[in-house]
Ligand binder design. Structure first.
Ligand SMILES: *Cc1c(COP(=O)(O)O)cnc(C)c1O
Length: 386
């Protein structure tokens, strides 16, 4: 069955539910049991049973089963945000004295985690050039416990050779975690390429309507699931069943939304690359992008998020360009229905060559508006600064 067909079935059990298609919002803290034996035995099987609100209600489980299926995982855990998914995955497996190796293009809050909480626990971090496997291998140490990948980087869009990277890690018994938010499980399935833990900011495309905060953690190996799940509860990482309902509803239209995001992004890229104000476009699905070949080999599509490097210009001009937009909005996050345009300032590890582009970097999210309207908006924007 293709993913788009699956999307209309996953997590539903209408016959269990008066014929109603969407699993209802089951809210619960306490679950009652008729006997002590049943209470105890259900707790022993807590990963499979409904035992207490923090282990999830049938609504949570419906969403988790749906995401697991899309990720080709055996299990998925949903948590309160994409940041929580990454933090929890890392915190579950590290101990003082460990070393972690992190893509230098990684999402900003992951870098913050490494530099604050992990540093405080005496866990050292090394960053590697996102698209350079030799540089990556050089960063590994005997005490390297885990590697954090993100492909493409969500601000600078370098694509990683995930199968090559995970092969190196497997040989050395190093755990791999990926932030797979850009592609979503529809366009890239990291667990099939040797990654141990696939995380998503479900805040973005899975929910898709700019109104839910959520993260997901998906694994094939049951022992990993149990450790992360028990830690999720230890850290109080419960997700409201009402939010799970919204995310599950978002998933139904994910394939058609993503197809449209991709189509519009490609149209914008094609137009942007021919503008005199534009130096480069960073989008792995654009055939001249340095990551194009690997993207084409491993991914089945591209999302609506990409970067644009302008030719050197003033801060004032960047503000004039962005603040005058009619359709593109200024805002964090992405993956909703609306187009976004923000300046971004990549942080790079000081030991490696810094970000070397001279012009300002912008990040665009192509929303679901008509692409001609979006191009007109950009055209007017460039006219304001030329
Ligand atoms: C948004 C985002 C996150 C964090 O997700 P939140 O739900 O906002 O915490 C992590 N990684 C990437 C690539 C993101 O874009």
């Amino acid at each position: 069955m293709h993913d788009d067909t699956k999307l209309s079935k996953l997590g539903t059990d209408a016959q269990e539910n008066f014929g109603i298609m969407n699993p209802p919002i089951y809210r619960a803290s306490t679950i009652h049991f008729p006997t002590i034996d049943l209470f105890n035995s259900r707790y022993e099987r807590r990963f499979d049973e409904i035992v207490y609100g923090s282990y999830g209600t049938p609504t949570t489980k419906a969403l988790e089963a749906a995401i697991a299926d899309l990720e080709n995982a055996s299990r998925t855990i949903v948590v309160g945000s994409g940041t929580a998914a990454i933090t929890l995955s890392i915190m579950t497996f590290i101990k003082p004295g460990d070393h972690v190796v992190v893509s230098d293009g990684v999402y900003k809050s992951t870098r913050t985690l490494c530099e604050t909480l992990l540093a405080r626990l005496n866990v050292k971090t090394s960053y590697f050039r996102p698209d350079d496997i030799e540089n990556f291998s050089a960063k590994l140490r005997p005490e390297t416990k885990l590697v954090l990948l993100e492909s493409p980087s969500s601000f600078t869009f370098e694509i990683q050779d995930i199968p090559a990277l995970t092969k190196v890690c497997k040989k050395r018994n190093i755990l791999t975690i990926i932030d797979n938010t850009w592609a979503s499980p529809l366009f890239f399935k990291p667990l099939d390429y040797g990654v141990d833990i696939s995380t998503q900011a479900a805040t973005k495309y899975l929910s898709g309507h700019s109104d839910v905060m959520m993260g997901s953690i998906s694994v094939k190996i049951d022992a990993l699931h149990q450790k992360i799940r028990d830690n999720a509860i230890q850290f109080g990482n419960n997700v409201s069943p009402a939010d799970c309902y919204l995310a599950l509803r978002g998933i139904r239209t994910m394939s058609i939304r993503l197809r449209q995001h991709q189509e519009t992004a490609l149209k914008l890229v094609d137009w942007l690359i021919n503008q005199p104000e534009v130096d480069k476009v960073l989008y792995p699905a654009w055939p001249k992008d340095p990551g194009y070949n690997i993207w084409k080999r491993d991914f089945t599509g591209a999302s609506g998020l990409f970067g644009v490097i302008l030719r050197p210009t003033t801060k004032e001009n960047v503000a004039k360009l962005i603040e005058g937009m009619t359709h593109f909005r200024i805002g964090a996050s992405w993956g909703g229905y609306e187009s976004l345009l923000i300046p971004s300032y990549p942080v790079r590890d000081f030991a490696d060559p810094p970000w070397q582009e001279r012009g300002p970097l912008l990040r665009l999210h192509a929303g679901l508006e008509n692409s001609a309207d979006l191009i007109d908006d950009l055209k007017d924007g460039f006219a304001r600064i030329s």
